[in-house]
Design a protein around this ligand. Structure first.
Ligand code: ZN
Length: 493
């Protein structure tokens, strides 16, 4: 069993050797060779099992664990237990634990002719469904890319794609669980892990998920097989030493040396630490240590993700599972003709220990105090017209500082047309001879009655009529003996 020593961490000379996992893409030539040498079984029967349900798959990050190298005996005896353990292990790590409610988890069981993966270095070859193989060295497991257009003859990744498309097309994190006693894995578009019975299995699973889900790069600072295409897209690696250009500079405290010395003084501080992407120089990482660099610390305690890796994962989760789980009314366009209050509501997708904030807006203006999940709209409080009512739900977690795409915020909008039956009185003018007129306007489909009063208590009907083109001019006289008179218009039922 090969173990890699991290020689760069001089601050911790007693640090024990650690297993390190490698991502991502792999040698096409090697894979093609292995694919041609290995068996090529046709697509087999597969079954979808539910492990964890927290909500509709349309708004959850759906983890799917696929069985690889489980023969019929192992498939029946072990696979669902192994898959459930893998999911529970994964979701016990931060930030997944905080966002556990954002996940669903499933398993796809498909049998292999034999248990165990290929170990070409030891001339060991097995007939397995996805044709998994420990490439180059132990610890790195891959499967062949799909080389067949016809899914009936798909191989490796093509079989994964075909099963997911058939059984769980909304998969957000595919995990190939390889039934082999040697620990290992890889993380690219597909998260591959093996050896569910080993002590390092939980950390390996989480490490590889960081590649697949967060697009994270390895933070190894020593020569190791980093097979990923050279890219500056990884959120946790960079080549720049210009503070303003460092993609995680929002996390770097003022006066932090750039590059940052690799000493205990800066343990826990986000800076710019040299050594990443399997290079001891020229590539930098955000923190002294991280699960993307080592599986556990010098005391054997599993390492967490660094703050920058954690931020990337939270955003990846929230890209799949949006902060608003549901809303009501379901229609986004309402036409209100009565004064009956209308209840609007949103269902925020709440994380484990912090609540999402809610704010209601009318025509883009925040409604003071309207911060609950439910908001009652009273039509009579608005002049007739069309309004935009919005509910904005925001996740203000301190785990995220950079969110230019607003992945942690969601807004639902309703167009509300209010058209209440009502008339208004305006445009009063004196006429000659003690007469005057005023105008009635608005909506009164069944007519109106004009009433008058001298004391606002006793009212006398003066005229019953209908609006013409939305208005009516009422003319009155006989006020010579009165000091004051009040008028009102009532809608006829
Ligand atoms: Zn990291």
């Amino acid at each position: 069993m090969q173990v890699w020593q991290n020689e760069l961490n001089a601050w911790a000379p007693a640090r024990r050797t650690r297993w390190s996992a490698v991502p991502c893409y792999f040698s096409a030539a090697l894979v093609l060779l292995l694919a041609l040498a290995g068996p090529r079984p046709s697509l087999a029967q597969a079954t979808l099992h539910t492990i964890l349900t927290n909500g509709p798959s349309s708004n959850r990050l759906n983890v799917v664990v696929l069985s690889e190298a489980y023969n019929s005996t192992d498939l029946t005896a072990k696979f669902l237990t192994d898959a459930t353990n893998a999911v529970n292990n994964l979701l016990s790590y931060q930030p997944y634990q905080e966002y556990r409610s954002y996940f669903n988890a499933y398993a796809i069981s498909v049998v292999s002719a034999q248990s165990g993966a290929d170990h070409p270095a030891y001339s060991t070859f097995k007939n397995t469904y996805f044709n998994s193989s420990f490439d180059l060295v132990d610890y790195i497991i891959t499967i062949p890319p799909n080389t067949q257009q016809n899914t009936l003859y798909a191989d490796g990744q093509g079989k994964v794609d075909a099963l997911l498309q058939s059984l769980m097309p909304q998969c957000g994190l595919p995990i190939l669980l390889v039934n082999d006693p040697t620990g290992g894995g890889s993380g690219g578009p597909l998260c591959i892990i093996s050896s569910a019975d080993t002590s390092s299995f939980p950390e390996i699973t989480v490490h590889e998920s960081g590649h697949t889900l967060g697009g994270l790069g390895d933070e190894y600072g020593y020569a190791y097989a980093d097979l990923a295409a050279v890219t500056n897209q990884q959120p946790n690696t960079t080549q720049t030493t210009n503070l303003l250009s460092i993609k995680w500079n929002a996390w770097i405290p003022a006066n932090t040396p750039i590059p940052t010395p690799q000493s205990n003084q800066y343990a826990g501080v986000v800076g710019l630490f040299q050594g990443a992407r399997s290079s001891s120089n020229g590539w930098y990482r955000p923190q002294l240590d991280c699960l993307m660099r080592n599986l556990d610390d010098q005391f054997g305690v599993p390492l967490p993700f660094c703050k920058v890796c954690s931020e990337a994962l939270v955003k990846a989760i929230c890209q799949k599972a949006r902060p608003i789980d549901a809303f009501s009314p379901a229609t986004n366009s309402l036409f209100l003709t009565t004064t009956q209050a209308v209840a609007f509501s949103v269902a925020p997708l709440q994380p484990a220990t912090h609540h999402l904030s809610v704010q209601w807006f009318t025509n883009g203006v925040a409604v003071p105090g309207a911060t609950n999940a439910t908001h009652n709209l009273l039509p009579q409080n608005f002049p007739n017209g069309t309004y935009t009512l919005q509910a904005q739900v925001r996740d203000l977690t301190p785990l995220v500082r950079n969110d230019p795409s607003n992945l942690l915020s969601a807004t639902v909008s309703w167009s509300v047309n209010i058209s209440l039956r009502q008339v208004t009185i305006d445009s009063a003018h004196w006429l000659s001879g003690g007469q005057f007129y005023f105008r009635l306007s608005g909506g009164a489909p069944h007519g109106f009655v004009v009433q008058a009063s001298t004391n606002l208590t006793s009212w006398t009907s003066l005229s019953t009529n209908n609006l013409v083109n939305g208005q009516f001019y009422f003319t009155n006289s006989g006020l010579a003996n009165l000091s004051r008179r009040f008028y009102r218009a009532l809608l006829l039922p």
